[in-house]
Design a protein around this ligand. Structure first.
Ligand code: ATP
Ligand code: MG
Length: 430
């Protein structure tokens, strides 16, 4: 007798993003021929009640048919990824990637020889995880050829088909398994998927820096990052991926601090405290110049301490600037031997309240007093600025210039450019 299988009732998505005129326009136009639906991440995120930021479309039309149909309705089309069946259709200034339903006939690493199909199940079967193989139409009706909705509701990231074969087709799927489980999973990872990811983990080494970075950044920022990194640490994945055991204790503190202060997760800082030095990953993860600058600035700022008194906090904030101050405190806190010290929190809150003073004296002011431009003037400005900071950032140019007169009367051995420290006149706490 045939076994009865309960078919889950699939929901309708009723959310504002689905009503945006540009999307409706593209779907209406393309659905005059063939069938075009929203696919993948947008459907998954909408069903989870999360934000939908990127909308990809899947179509039974070939790229040529998409192009012809869209253009004849006055829409702009760019052939962005023709080799894997993707064109970009622009409506009212908003671009949508439209990919023809396809089956991967042959895969070599990241590339695949594809052939087009009009079979939704075949298209779903070449996707990585069941929760990524969902579609929805213009009316919000969800289509689920592989039962991904069931897995999504259970928060289980499950490979489509045989995990071993799917991983061998594209080794990035190992990392994507951990990344999606960290983002959308709850509890332990799917045991069958995990088993094969662990067994095939050595292949992670052969992936390109760009692809690893993209997945790693999402993994490090995910709500379940700590849980997942613990599993990955135990199973020897982190060592292969990043070449060393990770400081998960520091990661735990950083995650807790980010949550408590509602700070957006920062994958660069997270990588930094996990590995002890993110600068070493410049080539391995293709860090940008801006990221490298941030990490280099962190060096001196990494020594901030919760013992800083209020006026000292302001000096540190002024000297480092906001970004480096925040980066420094966040990292020093996570790596601290006393992370429970309530003053760490105050250091971060201080930055939100503090205004950054501007040093009111310029070279022009000194010139007006008869001082020539050059190294001596530079040293004078620097000495004045040091005194100004130590004196509580007085907002009065005349007070500062008065100090200049006192400095000019000092004997030459104590003159500018030498390492003679300036006495501070005020250390009052603000
Ligand atoms: P995100 O919100 O992080 O962008 P996403 O689901 O959109 O999540 P993408 O990496 O943008 O993820 O990929 C879009 C879709 O393409 C996925 O949902 C999945 O169906 C498919 N896909 C992407 N990469 C792969 C891969 N390596 N193997 C199989 N399918 C993939
Ligand atoms: Mg995406």
């Amino acid at each position: 007798m045939k076994k009865h299988v309960a078919v889950p009732r699939l929901p309708r998505i009723r959310q504002a993003w689905l009503r945006q005129p540009a999307l409706r326009k593209v779907l209406e136009v393309l659905n005059r021929e063939g069938t075009t639906r929203i696919a993948g991440g947008a459907v998954r995120n909408a069903l989870l009640g999360g934000a939908v930021t990127e909308i990809d479309l899947a179509s039974t039309l070939t790229p040529q048919e998409v192009t012809r149909t869209a253009q004849s309705a006055g829409l702009t089309v760019h052939p962005t990824g023709l080799e894997h069946g993707t064109v970009m259709v622009v409506a009212e200034g908003t671009p949508f990637e439209v990919t023809t339903l396809r089956v991967d006939v042959e895969t070599f690493g990241r590339r695949a020889r594809v052939s087009f199909t009009d079979n939704w199940e075949a298209d779903a079967s070449r996707r990585d995880f069941t929760m990524n193989a969902l579609y929805c139409d213009l009316n919000g009706q969800v289509h689920d050829p592989l039962g991904g909705y069931h897995d999504l509701r259970r928060h289980v990231v499950k490979f489509v088909g045989n995990p071993e074969a799917r991983i061998e087709e594209d080794h990035l799927r190992i990392l994507r398994f951990f990344r999606f489980t960290a983002q959308y999973g709850s509890g332990a990872p799917d045991s069958r998927g995990l088993e094969h990811c662990v067994r095939l983990r050595r292949n992670l080494k052969s992936l390109s820096a760009e692809r690893v970075r993209q997945e790693l950044w999402k993994l490090l920022s995910a709500p379940g990052a700590l849980r997942m990194l613990r599993v990955m640490e135990k199973k020897g994945i982190n060592r292969i991926l990043l070449g060393r055991p990770l400081n998960l204790k520091a990661f735990e503190y950083m995650v807790a601090a980010d949550r408590a202060l509602k700070l957006a997760p920062d994958p660069l800082l997270r990588l930094h405290i996990l590995t002890g030095s993110a600068t070493e990953y410049r080539d391995i993860l293709k860090l940008t110049n801006a990221e490298m600058d941030r990490l280099r600035a962190l060096g001196p700022a990494g020594s901030v301490s919760p013992q800083l008194r209020p006026h000292e906090r302001k000096i540190v904030l002024y000297q480092f600037g906001r970004q480096t101050y925040l980066d420094g405190v966040r990292c020093a806190w996570a790596l601290s031997a006393v992370p429970k010290d309530p003053r760490w929190r105050r250091l971060l809150r201080f930055e939100r309240r503090a205004s950054l003073p501007k040093f009111p004296v310029t070279g022009a002011d000194l010139k007006a007093l008869g001082i020539e431009a050059g190294p001596t003037m530079g040293a004078m400005l620097k000495a004045l600025e040091d005194w100004w900071m130590a004196s509580g950032f007085p907002d009065d140019k005349h007070v500062i210039l008065k100090r200049l007169e006192a400095l000019r009367r000092l004997p030459s051995s104590a003159s500018f450019g030498h390492k003679q420290p300036l006495k501070t006149e005020q250390g009052a706490e603000d």
